[in-house]
Design a protein around this ligand. Sequence first.
Ligand SMILES: NC(=O)c1ccc[n+]([C@@H]2O[C@H](COP(=O)([O-])OP(=O)(O)OC[C@H]3O[C@@H](n4cnc5c(N)ncnc54)[C@H](O)[C@@H]3O)[C@@H](O)[C@H]2O)c1
Length: 374
Amino acid sequence: MNIGIIGCGNISETYFECQNLFNNFNVVACADINIEAAKNSGEKYNVKTFSVDDILANDDIDLIINLTIPTAHKEIIIKSLNAGKHCFSEKPLAMNFNEGLEISDLASSKNLYVGCAPDTFLGAAGQKARSLIENNKIGNVVLGTFNIMSHGMEHWHPNPDFFFKPGAGPVFDLGVYYITQLVNLIGPIKSITSLSGTATSERVITSEPRKGEKIKVETPTTLMGTLEFHNNAKIQFFCSWDVWKHKHTTIELYGLEGSMIVPDPNFFSGDILMSNKEEDWQVINNDKMLLGIPNKTDNNGVKIANYRGIGLSDMIDAISNQRQARCSLDLAVHVLEAMEGIIKSSNQRAIYNMNTKLKQPDFLGDSEIIKLKK
Ligand SMILES: NC(=O)c1ccc[n+]([C@@H]2O[C@H](COP(=O)([O-])OP(=O)(O)OC[C@H]3O[C@@H](n4cnc5c(N)ncnc54)[C@H](O)[C@@H]3O)[C@@H](O)[C@H]2O)c1
């Protein structure tokens, strides 16, 4: 498939480069509301540069990757669908559940696919944890926790404003990885309770080039509560950008027969810790698995596995075979509803009962990965 990228910012490099990892798409064009950003990417990756309207009108492009900021996601997805193109969007799918439903209705009426990040749950760690749970290694998961704590994004991102607006904050920006991973591991969410807080109403940017500028905080920077799943598991969460230092782990799952610690779902690999009843932790390494083999070097010089693009590649294969994609629109809408549910529950001080329910995305096995990998 021929792909056009809309949004040539920070994350776009990963998507321009992922065509080198998978074999069923080529990035042929890019656009951005900021013409300079599009031109720079066009030159760097040797693709045509268009205005947003022209890339959408181009008949050679079958699918749009939407890498704009969260407030623009819905607009670009709707425009892509109206232009007769499939769309794969960065997360979150949209700003709220209603926007997600609107996208869903339009995609069905046009018979086009919309997929959404994150696809990290398809990585070695997420799929290994899934197979261990399905093979009953810790028994039925009944309880768990997930924790996302730091002091925010203003110290690294060049334009950190969007992180502190509705549609971002620690749940929409990072919780999305954890919630998606949990749906992959234990199925759909039934209800939510939460409380929120905002430690300071302003943030000072400490990254270049806008060092010293202040940003207004327009969405809660701490959300804590409990997700109840349809399998009756209760998972407690603590998502905050108001914490300097802590010692919590990422995701812990407690089953009837044992416990499991799942690594940060923002990444494709990482050791899983598992224990049976009172036995010691067993380390389960997955960096020899297909989507766990280190293939990139991060900003600290550490080799990591980064296979972003697998969700897109799987969706393109799903389009050819008229099957459900793993990073499906249903999954994105369910996770979006849960994230909005977290905000709503805290605003209303009431339990939020989920309207959407779906089946877990299919397990991604080696034979399917081999089919898609270059
Ligand atoms: N930066 C990361 O490490 C990272 C990682 C994972 C996911 N994401 C997600 O990717 C998305 C983009 O993040 P980013 O860090 O690249 O942001 P960014 O601000 O660096 O880039 C966004 C780009 O989109 C363009 N844009 C904004 N509105 C537009 C519109 N209406 N039409 C066309 N172009 C428009 C901007 O000009 C900018 O070039 C976000 O949703 C973010 O949550 C980012």
